[in-house]
Design a protein around this ligand. Sequence first.
Ligand SMILES: [Zn+2]
Length: 66
Amino acid sequence: MGALPKRKVSRLRRDRRRAHYLRLDKPSLLHCAKCGKPHLSHHVCPHCGTYKGRQVIEIKEKKKNE
Ligand SMILES: [Zn+2]
């Protein structure tokens, strides 16, 4: 006795299950409207900190003098 599935999963059942998550694509990259650099869609741009043209987070730049 072990942690094994009780019955063989049919091809149909297996493939149906996989269809659910294999549908998920790699996260698509968009180009930022502000800085033009690639960023994940539906995510704040990590380069300039804007999302849909709005400043959402502040990017701390490596500047010693301001
Ligand atoms: Zn940006």
